[in-house]
Design a protein around this ligand. Structure first.
Ligand code: UDX
Length: 439
């Protein structure tokens, strides 16, 4: 079978993983981006983003994977062009498609006689049809043709490479047999089942899946808040629920709320889309509201101990929206640190990877600490916002040794209650009983 020539427009997190994996299975891949520095880094063997396994995959595929700023170089001979550019959130919550259409125009100019264009970016339902029509008007009279395919991504940061190499399913929305056949060839050497469907359905699968997972988290967080009040333990409740295969045990971890580049954006986009069509999805709206409140739930708890935070030293463990990434998008740390600083607290933060990114928001306003004990030194209160391995494996005695007043508010349920009860500290977590008593 002839190798497929693939261009990937956008070498952000999704485009880069897609390009690297498709090159890894033997296709000829060229990534194209408008960011000069990024292209230079990639062509000199570097990896501009933090993603486990990606640098190795890029290195291994250097022979059949290159990067360019020039759409013509990438697309002139391409059989398939993936569009993996960002679709940022607009003020009203809808997805901004300006980069998608800018990329479409450049592909139309640069492409050969025919190609399949695959939309990987997360886009509202019906965008594939719009992109198809736009190509048809741009190419009218040139004798060139495009078939647009919807192929949403389901990559999780931190496991993106494995998620693509061993996807539970690949969703492919096609409107023709030819597009179906070429997409089957693109994915032929990956082990995942291919689910073909119409383009609009494929676009809907993406939103429906991410929103469902966000709902699951919002639901378990609401149940946790009720557990708090009624004396049940959310870890046991989630264990009991998760043992039912109809529910499943994934995405039932109660905590400080979801963040990241997908769930917040995709819930708002689906809410906008459903409201726009007078079919508001009330459950999604509720998830958005629940999550916003959940993100600052530790602050509310902190107020039980301190009526105001002026002059308090507060340690914050974890800034990234989840472990395994340096990404701060929609991270609870941003909301919590803003409130603490505004209230006059002296904030000491620790995170193994995300501190450099945090400095862009707060260059001098917080104290950056190289270790957990340093962050806890003389603190009146500690907020745990990310369940990094170093936090999970921490000996709780360190809180007692280092802090002036060992009040630990854990937004990620990192420690066993029995273990915490052995130490002279006050420990509150999400949906579990409080350990220790306030002075
Ligand atoms: C998610 C989806 O998993 C992925 O399929 C999609 O394409 C992009 O969005 P990602 O944002 O990388 O991936 O992270 P994920 O591991 O899903 O976690 C998202 C957020 O939910 C994190 O803030 C995490 O802490 C939170 N979460 C997750 C919970 O609070 N509880 C859980 O049980 C699971």
């Amino acid at each position: 079978m002839r190798t497929i020539r693939i261009a990937v427009a956008g070498t952000g997190y999704v485009g880069l993983v897609t390009a690297a994996v498709l090159a890894h299975v033997g296709h000829d891949v060229v990534g194209v981006d408008v960011d000069e520095e990024r292209v230079r880094t990639l062509n000199s063997g570097g990896c501009p983003i933090f993603e486990p396994g990606l640098p190795e995959l890029l290195e291994e595929s250097r022979e059949n994977l290159s990067f360019t700023l020039d759409y013509r170089e990438a697309c002139a001979d391409a059989d398939v062009v993936f569009i993996a550019v960002p679709t940022p959130e607009r003020v009203d919550g809808s997805a901004n498609l300006k980069y998608v259409f800018a990329s479409v125009e450049q592909v139309a100019e640069a492409m050969g006689p025919s190609c399949v264009v695959v939309v990987k970016s997360t886009v509202p339902i019906g965008t594939g049809d719009r992109v198809q029509r736009h190509f048809e008007s741009l190419l009218a009279g040139t004798g060139r043709e495009v078939e647009v395919v919807a192929n949403p991504e389901f990559l999780s940061q931190g496991t993106a490479v494995q998620d693509m190499l061993h996807a539970s399913r690949v969703i492919i929305g096609v409107e023709s047999e030819r597009a179906r056949e070429i997409m089957a060839r693109v994915y032929a050497d990956l082990p995942s089942p291919l689910l073909f469907m119409e383009r609009r359905s494929a676009e809907m699968v993406k939103y429906a899946s991410n929103n469902f997972l966000a709902l699951k988290i919002a639901y378990i967080n609401e149940i946790a808040n009720l557990c708090d009040l009624l004396g049940a333990d959310i870890d046991d409740v989630a264990r009991g629920m998760g043992a039912d295969p109809r529910i499943g045990d994934k995405f039932l971890r109660a905590g400080i709320g979801y963040g990241g580049s997908c769930f917040p954006k995709d819930t708002k986009a689906l809410h906008w889309l459903s409201s726009f069509h007078d079919r508001e999805i009330k459950t999604v709206k509720a998830a958005i509201e629940v999550n916003a409140v959940q993100k600052i739930s530790l602050i509310k708890r902190a107020h039980r101990y301190h009526s105001d935070f002026e002059g308090l030293t507060v340690a914050v463990l974890g800034l990234a929206f989840k472990p395994g990434t340096d990404d701060l998008r929609e991270a609870p740390s941003l909301d919590n640190v803003a409130i603490l600083l505004d209230a006059g607290a002296d904030v000491r933060v620790w995170d193994p990877y995300a501190m450099d990114n945090f400095k862009r928001f707060y260059p001098d306003e917080v104290t950056y600490c190289a270790s957990i004990p340093e962050a806890l030194a003389d603190a009146d209160m500690c907020l745990i916002l990310t369940e990094w391995p170093d936090v999970l494996s921490l000996d709780p005695a360190v809180f007692v040794e280092q802090m002036r007043h060992p009040l630990v508010l854990d937004g990620r349920n990192c420690y066993a209650l029995d273990e915490m009860a052995r130490h002279a500290l006050v420990y509150e977590s999400i949906g579990r009983r409080t350990v220790g008593t306030a002075r």
